[in-house]
Design a protein around this ligand. Structure first.
Ligand SMILES: [Zn+2]
Length: 314
């Protein structure tokens, strides 16, 4: 049964621990950043004070596994190194392959005459991609092979052969993540990262987290007021529906009153499914907020249930 509205923020010790762990991963310590920066260079074999031009294939999972780094921490540390403009990760998994004619029209014509095997293929390609003499054309092998009515393997084979013969340039897409250095690979001990700034960022987030935890554990104030306070607003108006408000409001209802109203509501719901307005209409002699309180109480205690906006007896 779906309980209605979520004014109750439930939290337990393992949530707290998990959130603190995430925070630790998100804000690696300077030593951890230095170590990972060093290991990246080891992994890719990049010497100190060089700036490789290469886009290295970089599988994050294999890297983390090799050096026994936690994968979440690895992601966050890499992100940190990117934010510092030391490295950049390129995700090419959605890229496409590129082809371009490597010779001019006249030479191509000679080639076609001498190599009838490729003639048909080249004609189709020329018709399909008029710009192929001047531009790299993005292709998807699978799609193109369907259009040419040949297998993908055969298409790739033709493209590779034409590449070997110097007729086209064919750049297959690089799958996966690549890593490039944006600056000279530094001695990891000389990374220009402020320990204080790292610490400050972490402390700020930690403070925010503590506030949320305090909010979740707080039982002495209306949740809505607390939440607004967390966002920097001051409000004195209680929400009337959170666990604190329900408890407070119940205190103000006399026990005898409370039982009588409960009985009336349950009697009504024994006969019909009703929404809250209908219940209030049926009990005109009782004040609206009292009815709401009792309904909330009965609902919390599973004495009544709710489907859509209709309450009924269980
Ligand atoms: Zn409240």
């Amino acid at each position: 049964m779906a309980k209605q509205p979520i004014h109750f923020l439930l939290i337990n010790q393992s949530d707290v621990k998990r959130n603190k762990d995430i925070l630790n991963f998100r804000y690696p310590m300077l030593e951890e950043i230095q170590e990972m920066y060093q290991k990246i260079a080891d992994y890719l074999q990049v010497a100190v004070n060089t700036l490789p031009e290469e886009e290295f294939e970089f599988n994050i999972e294999s890297f983390a596994k090799k050096y026994d780094f936690n994968i979440t921490k690895t992601f966050h540390t890499l992100q940190f190194l990117e934010n510092e403009d030391l490295i950049k990760l390129l995700d090419n998994s959605f890229g496409s392959s590129k082809i371009r004619m490597a010779i001019n029209n006249a030479d191509l014509y000679k080639f076609q005459i001498a190599n009838s095997y490729f003639d048909n293929f080249i004609r189709i390609i020329l018709r399909k991609f008029p710009g192929i003499f001047n531009n790299n054309i993005s292709i998807k092998e699978k799609k193109l092979s369907n259009e040419l009515n040949i297998s993908e393997v055969k298409l790739i084979n033709i493209l590779q052969k034409l590449e070997q013969k110097g007729i086209i340039s064919y750049i297959p897409k690089h799958g996966g993540t690549h890593l490039v250095y944006l600056q000279n690979r530094l001695d990891s001990k000389r990374l220009n990262i402020s320990k204080e700034r790292l610490q400050e960022a972490k402390e700020y987030s930690n403070k925010k987290l503590e506030e949320i935890i305090a909010y979740a554990y707080n039982r002495d104030e209306c949740r809505s007021i607390l939440l607004l306070k967390y966002f920097g607003e001051n409000s004195k108006e209680r929400c009337q529906v959170c666990d604190y408000c329900v408890k407070e409001n119940r205190k103000t209802l006399k026990q005898k009153d409370f039982e009588e109203i409960s009985k009336s509501i349950i009697k009504l719901l024994d006969e019909n499914e009703l929404n809250i307005e209908e219940i209030i209409d049926s009990l005109k002699e009782i004040k609206k907020d009292k009815i709401e309180n009792v309904i909330q109480y009965l609902f919390d205690k599973d004495k009544i249930s709710k489907h859509g906006n209709k309450y009924s007896r269980i």
